[in-house]
Design a protein around this ligand. Structure first.
Ligand code: ZN
Length: 273
């Protein structure tokens, strides 16, 4: 599940593979960039902001441009050695290939692929709230933004990247379980909003640098989460069956006993019944 930590890790993969390198070829397989050729451009750096990837590069002595991409639910970047087979995903999912003398970066099923002047980067990511894994993380500002809409459910508010950037379904569910807060609780009724935000930041930070996302500290398969992906399985704390609610791409898992209070999604029937 690409959330802030996965995107942070991906930015680091691209940084190691390409930073400082002069591209020997590029191949864009999306209509909006089909005519773009970055051959001869130098990759300056790779960065992440929330769930957005920013690859900054420039032609000689020119102002830098940013290649933006978003992984959403299913995108990925992989770095290969020249000549190595690209095995991560089927070839028809490839959206871009960047070649350097030492590495080939392949972007699979990327979304929102765009090339903009770095000076205009804010047009792509300026709407985002504080980045949980960014150098300028600002917990007070994130709390302030969340609290600005007290009637919204906390589950939805945590996913809104304008409040804080980096949380997806996995961390939303796990943070609220660990805080004992029902996902359907209005933000204004969450007992300790700063504590909730601080925990989200700690969980994401703990998963930087590894690809297995764990909120339990356990890395073995089946043990990495408290509630996420565990529908109908017994809660690790109280044994109650974990519930699941799905609304489009928004998935919520919770323990009705450990996270009491508001029981059901507002104006939605429990789809488990
Ligand atoms: Zn429980």
């Amino acid at each position: 599940m690409p959330e802030g930590d996965t995107v942070w890790n991906t930015a680091r993969v691209l940084q190691r593979a390409l930073a400082g390198a002069r591209l020997t070829g590029s191949d864009f397989r999306v209509p909006q960039l089909a005519a773009t050729d970055l051959t001869g451009w130098t990759v300056r750096e790779s960065a992440s902001r929330g769930k957005h990837l920013l690859l900054r590069l420039a032609a000689t002595d020119a102002a830098p441009w940013t290649l933006h991409s978003h992984l959403r639910m299913d995108g990925a970047w992989r770095a290969y050695a020249p000549g190595e087979r690209w095995t991560a995903r089927p070839a028809h999912l490839i959206r871009v290939v960047l070649r350097s003398p030492a590495a080939v970066a392949v972007g699979y099923h990327l979304h929102e692929l765009a090339l903009v002047p770095t000076a205009d980067e804010e047009s792509l990511v300026g709407h985002l709230g504080p980045d949980l894994l960014g150098p300028d993380w600002d917990a007070d500002e994130a709390v302030h933004r969340l609290a600005a809409d007290p009637d919204r459910t906390i589950g939805e508010a945590l996913l809104d990247q304008r409040n804080l950037a980096g949380v997806g379904n996995l961390y939303k569910c796990e943070v609220l379980f660990l805080r004992g807060v029902s996902p359907w609780t209005p933000v204004g009724a969450v007992p300790d909003l700063p504590g909730t935000v601080a925990l989200a930041q700690r969980l994401l930070a703990a998963n930087r640098g590894r690809w297995t996302q764990s909120t339990t500290g356990v890395l073995r398969r089946g043990g990495t989460s408290y509630v996420y992906g565990r529908r109908a399985q017994p809660c690790r704390r109280c044994g109650t069956a974990i519930r699941k609610e799905e609304l489009g791409e928004r998935v919520t898992y919770w323990c009705p006993a450990c996270q009491p209070g508001v029981e059901l999604p507002p104006n939605g029937q429990d789809r488990l019944r």
